[in-house]
Design a protein around this ligand. Structure first.
Ligand code: NOJ
Length: 561
């Protein structure tokens, strides 16, 4: 009789899915590389830069929308979910991009915009035809407010458009009703309470999954579910008329974030588990900025609703937490502890920048931004890097006659989100080598001759050298990529310390971040070997560690314990 080896007690290591520990590079397609000389970035341009991305060492790309769109919100107003806007190329170009990325071992995530379409989308065109149209209930249509006067229809409630802060309702002469648009009057909200809408969006997912994309970034998910009674939003008591965007005058407690969102997303995540996609794991990351009193619980609700093997919410603390040790200490401790309790499959997903937010260097300043990069790249989970952050790109002031973003209209500074969307800075050449056009869609940063890939590549102290070094280190180290995180007490209120460990690995990495604008000396940080610092003038040195660790103002550093 064959001698059967005993299986009991043998634990095979869990196979890691690609998102675990992956660094994801966020591409705003208009701004990475112009391939055809029209001043706007495109997919062939991205293909030309795949070698750069592979060399940078990232594991995946996320592309903001490149679909057909009238561009009322720069592609977040989609008029056809299953095609490519001619400005960006063709579907064939996308397939080439996908194949080129896969050949280099890079995964590709595309943007999915489920809450709204363009008003030019066929579904909306059919919906607005009449109340009898089969698409009638695909969008959110309502009669005027009962207080309306004849010939003066008033919107059904006080909800506001998130981009420019005007009413979120637009009167449609044909249907004699208002439609809801949470973002821009050219972006009508789909009616997710309608199962036909939910099925249609799942088909859109299958279209891209069948083509081979590895996942989705899912846009503006809180807006998918609103108060079914459409009650007014509550006025914001802290609103400052001259300083805050108009949208912030209300609290938005009824216009978004209702519980339906969790079941809608759970249904979408289930598509990624369908038999057709079993062989190559897919993943989706949902965009929802915490709005409640406790960001940890806001995030956990998504992990509990969606299957964590295939989905996670973005973690936006790198955009919203105050840059101070105490806030980060509390957040990291509570968040990671709870996450591991929900399921061992939960993947954190840290984005410290994106196309809607002021750039890291502009928000924090150069040295803190460098420390933030070191911190982000040594945290667990998916790490999202917005294009150009690896060069230390900053926001660019846009002259009024060159403003593009509709959100500029509701912004007291009149800039909107254009400052963080300017062209990528590749070299000292004209237009930073982004484009051969006479005029690029947004102006370039004036300092592109010093802050660009070619110049920074040769500088051992540049942002680029630091980012690239950290990304490669993370990729090579199973501890940094897959390990657990525990917060350390390092004996200083100004310093955040955490350790990364992994069962079966002897290396233990310690990250220390000095948030203060003065140096801090730590005498009880148990570190053995200095690995890398974020500070260009760091004094850290292995020979000195025995007598303590001296961190410069705003220095972040990585050690082995
Ligand atoms: C979030 C996107 O990131 C932003 O750019 C867009 O304007 C809104 N959602 C609406 O789609």
């Amino acid at each position: 009789m064959a001698n059967r080896s005993p299986r009991i007690g043998l634990l095979s290591p869990r196979v890691k899915r690609w998102p675990e520990g992956a660094v994801v590079y966020h591409i705003y397609p208009r701004s990475l590389q112009d391939g055809n000389g029209d001043g706007v970035g495109d997919l062939p341009g991205v293909i030309d830069r795949l070698d750069y991305l592979a060399d940078l060492g990232v594991q995946a790309l996320w592309l903001s929308p490149f679909y057909p769109s009238p561009m009322a919100d720069f592609g977040y107003d989609v008029s056809d979910y299953c095609n490519v806007h001619p400005l960006f190329g063709t579907l064939k170009d996308f397939k080439r991009l996908l194949a080129g990325a896969h050949k280099r071992g890079l995964k590709v995530m595309v943007d999915l915009v489920p809450n709204h379409t363009s008003d030019q989308h066929e579904w909306f065109q059919l919906s607005r035809l009449s109340q009898q149209s089969p698409y009638s209930r695909w969008y959110i249509w309502r009669d005027p407010h009962p207080d309306s006067l004849p010939h003066m229809p008033l919107p059904p409630n006080n909800w506001r458009d998130a981009l420019d802060g005007s009413s979120a309702w637009e009167w449609d002469q044909g249907r004699q009703q208002f439609y809801l648009h949470s973002f821009n009057k050219h972006q009508p909200d789909l009616n997710w309470a309608n199962p036909d809408v939910r099925d249609a969006m799942k088909d859109v997912m299958r279209f891209w999954l069948d083509m081979g994309v590895d996942g989705f970034r899912v846009d503006a998910v809180y807006w998918m579910a609103k108060d079914p009674l459409l009650r007014d939003d509550t006025p914001n008591p802290d609103y400052r008329l001259d300083a805050d965007p108009r949208y912030d005058a209300l609290l938005h407690n009824n216009s978004n974030g209702w519980p339906g969102v969790y079941s809608y997303l759970a249904g979408m995540a289930d598509v990624l588990r369908e038999d057709a996609y079993k062989d190559s794991p897919r993943f989706m990351v949902t965009e929802a900025y915490p709005s409640g009193h406790n960001a940890v619980s806001d995030y956990l609700l998504f992990y509990m609703a969606m299957n964590p093997k295939v989905a996670a919410p973005f973690n936006f603390e790198g955009l919203s937490l105050p840059w101070e040790a105490a806030s980060w200490r509390y957040f990291l401790q509570t968040f990671h502890q709870h996450l591991s309790e929900v399921s061992p499959y939960c993947v954190a997903s840290y984005a410290f920048g994106n196309h809607d937010q002021s750039r890291l260097v502009t928000r924090l300043g150069e040295l803190p931004a460098r420390a933030a990069a070191l911190m982000q790249l040594t945290l667990p989970g998916m790490i999202f890097i917005y294009y150009g952050e690896e060069l230390g790109m900053h926001d660019v002031h846009i002259p009024p006659d060159r403003i593009q973003d509709p959100a500029a209209a509701g912004d007291p500074a009149g800039q909107g989100r254009d400052p963080e969307r300017t062209p990528m800075q590749w070299s000292v050449k004209r237009n930073a080598d982004f484009s051969t056009a006479a005029k690029t869609w947004l102006p370039l940063a004036l300092d592109y001759k010093t802050h660009n890939v070619t110049t920074e590549r040769d500088d051992p102290h540049s942002f680029f050298t630091m980012y690239r070094g950290l990304i490669h280190l993370r990729t090579k180290s199973p501890v940094l990529r897959y390990g657990e995180l525990s917060v350390l007490d390092v004996g200083s209120p100004d310093v955040l310390g955490f350790v990364r460990t992994k069962a079966g690995e002897t290396d233990r990495y310690v990250t220390l971040i000095n948030f203060a604008d003065h140096p801090v000396r730590l005498t009880n940080a148990a570190v053995r070997k200095f690995v890398v610092s974020s500070h260009p003038r760091s004094k850290l040195h292995n020979a000195l560690l025995e007598s303590g660790v001296e961190l410069l103002p705003h220095e972040g550093a990585l050690f082995l314990e």
